[in-house]
Design a protein around this ligand. Structure first.
Ligand code: ATP
Length: 354
């Protein structure tokens, strides 16, 4: 197949007077793991529901394999959805839950049983065919829900906060399983979450949503290291944000007058324009390193031990409105109330236009 598997063109949708989606366009490539990441109310579920056919958009279209499915009911789309609460039938055995979609499609019993068994084996539950859902743990029920959706061989699997009901440890374990499963079956997954760690662990393509719009999208490594907006820089991991004004341009450098002093870095911009610099916590240090510059003195306001590192918050002595977040080695002696000088390399700073 050439071209994207799913193509979303300028989707807009309102509930009452509230615009839940605002001209959202995106592509999903065959075999990819796409994660829709954003805070509560940013429109992730609405977008997923439109792709699955549970909501018809006010404007825009949904193409799957080049065909327009915008107004097609869910059962007639090449999609399947896994919901957060799994929605298993409590009175049906695990095997019959998995085979349900095949039964609806008129697949003969012997074939249905065979394919359901294969799907259960795929998620590591070959022994559970005759069990009832209440005899399974949360993680196992989640796997049954996955098997039930994959058995009908959808072109796209839609997952709405599929790990939301699990405790943190199981959640991290299921993430690894989901990623491995997706690569094994090769079906494109579109997965909604508000958990940025989950997004980074799973996504080939990460879409950051805010207020019904796409703020940023790309491979998670790129979204993390070079966020496209202030929102993306603070939602996909933490950042220190320094606002400033472009002073002048060199050949391939600009000088920015920030609230902690003048900084020069590679990039382009119009003199006089307001910009922001985003610095990731792991790029702020207490000792100068080759190429780094001073960000001035700061008072340490919080130190949280997090195992292999300490998360340190500090406020600029020059401008108390500037809050630094640094990730320092655990062995580094630093305590609340200390005055420290902070450093960062301009090469690690991300220039944002707003
Ligand atoms: P969450 O992570 O909390 O599920 P979300 O990013 O998935 O949030 P949506 O559920 O898509 O966000 O909601 C986007 C906006 O649309 C929200 O303001 C929400 O209140 C509103 N909304 C969603 N569904 C409906 C509905 N059926 N009726 C009215 N308003 C709705």
């Amino acid at each position: 197949m050439t071209g994207p598997l799913v193509e979303i063109r300028k989707l807009s949708h309102s509930f009452g007077g509230h615009r839940a989606l605002d001209e959202v366009s995106l592509h999903v490539e065959p075999g990819s793991y796409t994660v829709l990441l954003g805070p509560s109310g940013s429109g992730k579920t609405t977008l997923l529901s439109i792709i699955g056919g549970f909501v018809h958009p006010d404007e825009g279209s949904v193409f799957i394999r080049g065909n327009d499915f915008t107004r097609t009911p869910p059962a007639q789309r090449p999609t399947a959805t896994v919901f957060q609460d799994y929605a298993l039938f409590p009175h049906l055995s695990v095997g019959n839950n998995v085979g349900f979609g095949l039964r609806m499609r008129g697949v003969a019993r012997a074939k249905r049983v065979g394919r359901s068994r294969e799907a259960l084996a795929m998620v590591g539950l070959a022994d559970s065919y005759h069990k009832m859902p209440h005899q399974l743990s949360g993680g196992q029920r989640q796997r049954v829900a996955l098997a039930r959706s994959l058995v009908v061989e959808p072109a796209v699997l839609l997952l709405d906060e599929p790990l939301g009901a699990l405790d943190l440890k199981l959640r991290r374990q299921m993430q690894d399983e989901l990623k491995a499963l997706q690569k094994r079956v090769g079906t494109a997954f579109i997965h909604v979450t508000h958990d940025q760690e989950e997004a980074m662990a799973l996504a080939d393509h990460c879409i950051v949503m805010n207020d019904g719009r796409i703020e940023d999208q790309g491979p998670p490594e790129r979204v993390y290291s070079r966020p496209a907006s202030r929102f993306s820089a603070t939602f996909m991991g933490e950042s220190t944000l320094l606002s400033g004004k472009v002073l002048d341009l060199g050949t391939d450098e600009i000088r920015i007058d920030t609230r902690v002093g003048l900084l020069s870095l590679a990039g382009a911009g119009e003199p006089g324009f307001d910009v922001s610099l985003a610095i990731r916590p792991e790029h702020i240090t207490l000792v100068p390193e080759p190429g780094s510059v001073s960000l001035g003195e700061a008072a340490v306001t919080d130190v949280v031990f997090q195992g292999s590192f300490k998360r340190v918050s500090a406020v600029s002595a020059k401008d108390p409105g500037v809050a630094f977040i640094a990730k320092l080695r655990s062995s580094q002696p630093v305590a609340v109330g200390d005055t420290v000088t902070l450093y960062a390399s301009p090469a690690e700073m991300v220039l944002l236009s707003r």
